[in-house]
Ligand binder design. Structure first.
Ligand code: PLP
Length: 478
């Protein structure tokens, strides 16, 4: 394919949009400029390929397709069947999974599908069984009452938020925290690592229905074989949310004990983070859960998004190519080079380093909160996000950490030398930023001072660092 084809495709698309609402076309163009110019270190973001992006912008968006492949509640779904079946096939092959459900609209939705599937499979409730065989309309008020009571008392054991777990793993601001009686396992205060003996102890005491593995901000490998043994020892279903590291599983960086797919009963993921696909979710599972998982729509999802399933099929096909394994390995090499660069300049990293795509800087060593550090870095053209560190004294809003990830910069082609330069830029900003004070003289957790001239200089240096690695080099919108 000629490089020109990509330029022509996006230019033409913008011309068509501009004729209707020019401000939208301008915003889309401006977003490309912003993404091109910023040093994106957000661990959960990436740059999908032009083919993936284009697969989303078309008439598949217009189609309703409730149901599953070959069994739809709407007529005329033959082409949706094609892309959904393709996406599922690529997912099964890529991850070695028995079953793949590619309809979830997001990671949260994938988790909801998984929770409901496990409940439906495991909870011995006549009312629930009735609901599952699509007799929801036959449920009496008493059935619903019994159902709510039975489901409300189920237990989930997942990683605590400040150790790197995700809100959807049973925390109150998310529906999972209302559906489940939740307990969390943390990390060892001395090492920052998961202590599997403590997880086993918590499982023995708490007897969860679901043991959840997976994280948003834990910078290390997780041994899923051990977690499965713990789940088995207490009769729990073992679920892994690999949203963050799915790309490392796909690229065979995480294999054996560190690949969740052979060990978990059910695995959920997003498709847009290290996997580099469109925004969306997916569920992989053992055969015995497949029927329940396939009931995701309409149980907890609206109609599937055929245009996004088409893009999932494209991105998963890309991830099956040999060069994706190389990409995945470079993500980790870059994260380790960045960690090394920061550590050698005196930064404090949770767990002392990384063996995945992310690192967590404890910015209290610079006398800053996560909020102050995040904003000062942003002023300097470096995009990160604040994150709690284990036992964070500043809570989930201000935090004491900065989470940094390498999937996006690795997609642009930056390597170890540039990671060291990135560490230098970050270190300069963090050491030159000072915490501010409130009007009454008390220390502020949000205010800070950073010389604007220095911030501008760093932003220019960040742009220079990116210049040899243009984003979407074939796309010229001018
Ligand atoms: N699970 C994990 C581990 C995540 O990190 C995230 C998002 O950050 C999600 C689920 C939710 O994904 P989404 O934003 O697509 O709903």
């Amino acid at each position: 394919m000629s490089r020109n084809a990509e330029s022509t495709a996006f230019r033409s698309a913008l011309e068509v949009i501009r004729a209707v609402e020019p401000r939208v076309a301008d915003a889309i163009g401006a977003e490309l400029t912003d993404q091109r110019e910023s040093l994106k270190l957000i661990a959960s973001e990436n740059y999908a390929s032009p083919a993936t992006l284009l697969a989303m912008g078309n008439w598949f968006s217009d189609k309703y397709a409730e149901g599953t492949v070959g069994r739809r509640f709407y007529a005329g779904c033959q082409n949706v069947d094609t892309v959904e079946a393709l996406a599922a096939e690529h997912a099964r092959e890529l991850f070695g999974a028995a079953h793949a459900y590619v309809q979830p609209h997001s990671g949260i939705d994938a988790n909801l599908v998984a929770f409901w599937a496990v409940l439906a499979d495991r909870v011995e409730s006549p009312a629930l069984k009735k609901a599952q065989v699509r007799q929801v309309n036959d449920l009496t008020e008493a059935d619903w009452f019994a159902l709510r009571r039975e489901l409300g008392n189920q237990r989930m054991l997942g990683m605590s938020l400040d150790a790197g777990g995700h809100l959807t793993h049973g925390f109150r601001p998310n529906i999972s925290g209302k559906m489940f009686d939740q307990r969390s396992y943390g990390t060892d205060p001395a090492t920052g690592l998961i202590d599997y003996d403590r997880v086993a102890e918590a499982a023995r005491e708490f007897k969860p229905l679901i043991l959840v593995g997976g994280y948003s901000a834990y910078p290390r490998k997780v041994n899923f074989r051990i977690l499965r043994e713990i789940a088995d020892s207490v009769g729990a279903t073992f679920m892994v949310d690999m949203a963050h590291f799915a790309g490392l599983v796909a690229g065979k960086v995480f294999t054996g004990d560190f690949d969740p797919v052979p060990h978990a009963h059910i695995v959920t993921t997003t498709t847009h983070k290290s996997l580099r696909g469109p925004r969306g979710g997916m569920v992989l599972c053992q055969p015995e859960l497949a029927d329940q998982v396939d009931r995701g729509c309409p149980m907890v999802l609206g109609g599937p998004l055929p245009h996004v399933m088409a893009a999932k099929a494209v991105a998963l096909a890309e991830a099956r190519r040999p060069d994706f394994a190389d990409y995945a390995q470079r993500i980790v090499d870059n994260a380790q080079a960045l960690a090394e660069g920061l550590l050698s300049r005196g930064a404090k990293l949770v767990t002392g380093g990384t063996d995945n795509h992310l690192l967590l800087i404890d910015v209290s060593g610079y006398g800053l909160t996560g909020r102050q550090a995040e904003q000062a870095l942003l002023d300097s053209g470096i995009v990160t996000n604040r994150n709690s560190v284990p036992q964070d004294p500043n809570g989930a809003w201000y935090t004491s950490g900065i989470r940094v990830g390498t999937p996006a910069l690795t997609t642009r082609g930056l390597g170890a030398a540039e990671m060291d330069q990135t560490a230098e830029l970050m270190h300069t900003v963090l050491t030159q930023t000072t915490a501010g004070a409130n009007a009454d003289g008390t220390p502020s957790k949000a205010k800070y001072t950073l010389d604007p001239a220095l911030a501008d200089k760093i932003a220019r240096q960040a742009t220079d660092l990116l210049a040899p690695h243009p984003l979407y080099p074939a796309i010229d919108l001018a």
